[in-house]
Ligand binder design. Structure first.
Ligand SMILES: [Fe+2]
Ligand SMILES: [Fe+2]
Length: 190
């Protein structure tokens, strides 16, 4: 079996996930790629650098963390995502030990599920997932006003409480990185 460098694996996984985002069956639309997956990758790598964690593991875990949801399984995407990630990475001959670490990050990324995070890389993915929401306020407006059709006050209130919940999920180093942004958003949503 061919050995791929980490960079080559990333390129291939990017292609796979972006293609899945483009599919008609993806209920989140192609926006999910640019406005969610890519910011999660960016913040994961920044946090890994800051914390001395495995940048390669978080890069691939971030790319694949919502793959299950993008492929039509929003409710249990932390489980289907693990299955899909394993298939994809095995095919690329990625080291099994690293695959296990990536799978754990995906399995434990959801704030809504009481799954214990056993590694710093898993903590990073969960934080970066929440941080991505602060990156892209226009997407959140789109969600509350266009998709959920809330009126202005309801929409603002829903955004405010969503971001507060996300803020509470963040590890201290993540808070440090986006505190200024959060303060600005809170002023806008007053
Ligand atoms: Fe998710
Ligand atoms: Fe996500």
């Amino acid at each position: 079996m061919k050995d791929y460098s980490h960079k080559e694996v990333v390129k291939k996984v990017e292609k796979t996930v972006e293609a899945a985002c483009k599919k008609q069956s993806n209920i989140y639309g192609y926006d999910a790629w640019k406005h969610h997956i890519l910011p999660v990758v960016k913040y994961s790598k920044m946090l890994a650098k800051k914390l001395g964690a495995d940048e390669k593991v978080v890069e691939l875990a971030a790319l694949l963390h919502d793959y299950g949801a993008i492929n039509g399984d929003p409710d249990e995407h932390h489980i289907s995502g693990v299955r899909e990630a394993e298939k994809i990475l095995k095919k690329l001959n990625y080291p099994q030990g690293k695959i296990e670490e990536i799978k754990h990050c995906i399995y434990a990324h959801r704030g809504s599920r009481p799954i214990k995070r056993e590694t710093i890389e898993a903590e990073i993915i969960a934080s970066a997932d929440a941080m991505a929401h602060f990156e892209d306020i226009p997407s959140l407006f789109y969600l509350v006003f266009t998709k959920h059709k809330l009126d202005i006050e309801e929409g603002v209130e829903s955004l405010r409480s969503k971001l507060e919940r996300d803020w509470k999920k963040l590890m201290p180093q993540a808070r440090e990185m986006i505190e200024a942004k959060y303060e600005t958003i809170k002023r806008v949503l007053k």
